[in-house]
Design a protein. Structure first.
Ligand SMILES: NC(=O)c1ccc[n+]([C@@H]2O[C@H](COP(=O)([O-])OP(=O)(O)OC[C@H]3O[C@@H](n4cnc5c(N)ncnc54)[C@H](OP(=O)(O)O)[C@@H]3O)[C@@H](O)[C@H]2O)c1
Length: 339
């Protein structure tokens, strides 16, 4: 686990501690620590944080013992450089990188070429959102979808794939996010006294997660899209509302069928049909709750999920489960906290 002092690392380590197939899990940071609980006091046991410089040797040793994975929970721009360096270091140690599974929770590898573009398997980064982009067990590198990008695609793609969306009209999306979306360091936009009674839109000229929805893996021709994110006084969670233009004559049964067909084999998706889901039902879980409502030629699709779990660390472990041939639900929380 790289980026140990961050929020997604903390969430990954918390979930990994309850995962039946995780034999050992090590935390790496730019600055080592005797006990990670100094920064993450909720973790269940004392854990030494090792220096990032020890990672290549630690991985080489782990791979001698059995299958191993590295999870990069670092800021955008950092993960790609770290992975390039790690490959060089492992090559010097004569370690076969193909045996290693890599999960990148940042956006560094999300927008690369399509998986079927003919690039050598070791270099292919699969996109981690298994409900919509099936992940082969042979995947070795996975770039986990962004938190807003997960909610957007869960809302839009079932209707797009069912041919129900009216082309040529913009997709209008509003997303509300909690402060944990901005990571562990307090900033003016996330600092508690400023945030707790505040609510406002941001990124008015476009949010970087829009590219993930409009990527060629989803649309042959990128749709016109207006996405407005809002910063809300919440600790965890994302709530997305998508206003999607429908072909005339689309019936409620067709909407239901499109969502049913897409998610009938998805244990982490809960369909709430003609209801708006509540965040409190999913926060603390790896579930996404999806509801919808049809009005004046539009489908309003609602998605609620926990940005740090289904939108981040949980989805990363869900992908790792699939990469190791395990049931995708292994070790992941299905129940939300409720309040
Ligand atoms: N928070 C969310 O809801 C969420 C959801 C989905 C995806 N993501 C993405 O996941 C990644 C991690 O998010 P986060 O919320 O955990 O961020 P975070 O709390 O800011 O943690 C990032 C960690 O990366 C390490 N780091 C920072 N700068 C570094 C550098 N230059 N070189 C090496 N390591 C560095 C630091 O750990 P050390 O001090 O221990 O080295 C830091 O604590 C980000 O790319 C983020 O966009 C976040």
């Amino acid at each position: 686990m790289v980026g140990a002092k961050g929020l997604l690392a903390a969430e990954t380590l918390r979930l990994a501690a309850a995962h039946p197939n995780v034999v050992e899990c090590h935390a790496f940071s730019r600055t080592p620590l005797a006990d990670l609980r100094v920064v993450h006091p909720h973790l269940p046991q004392q854990q030494t944080v090792r220096a990032l410089t020890e990672l290549p040797d630690a991985l080489a040793e782990a791979l001698l013992r059995g299958p191993a994975a590295v999870i990069l929970a670092t800021p955008h721009g950092v993960a790609k450089k770290l992975w390039l360096q790690l490959q060089l270091d492992l090559a010097l140690l004569e370690v076969d990188c193909d045996a290693l599974r890599v999960i990148d929770l940042s956006e560094d590898h999300r927008l690369g070429p399509l998986e079927d573009s003919g690039i050598h398997s070791e270099q292919i980064w699969h996109y981690g959102l298994p409900e919509l982009h099936p992940l082969p067990a042979s995947s070795r590198r996975v770039a986990v979808a962004g938190c807003f990008a997960t909610a957007m695609q869960l809302a839009v793609l079932p209707l797009e794939r069912a041919g129900l969306l009216q082309a040529g009209q913009p997709l209008i999306l509003h997303g509300v996010t909690a402060s944990s979306g901005s990571g562990a360091q307090a900033q003016p936009g996330t600092h508690h006294p400023y945030r707790r009674n505040d609510f406002h839109p941001y990124a008015l000229d476009g949010h970087r997660h829009e590219k993930e929805l409009c990527h060629a893996r989803n649309f042959l021709v990128a749709p016109s899209l207006v996405f407005l994110p809002y910063s809300a006084p919440l600790g965890r969670g994302i709530y997305l509302t998508a206003h999607l233009p429908l072909h005339s004559g689309v019936t409620p049964e067709q909407l239901q069928e499109a969502f049913d067909r897409q998610y009938c084999a998805s244990p982490f998706v809960e369909l709430c049909a003609a209801q708006a889901p509540h965040l409190r039902a999913v926060v603390g879980s790896n579930r996404a709750a999806i509801g919808w409502h049809q009005r004046t030629g539009f489908a309003q699709v609602f998605v609620a999920l926990d940005n740090t779990i289904k939108g981040g660390a949980g989805q990363g472990l869900q992908c790792l489960n699939l990469m190791f041939g395990l049931p995708e639900t292994t070790g992941l929380p299905l129940a939300g906290l409720g309040y």
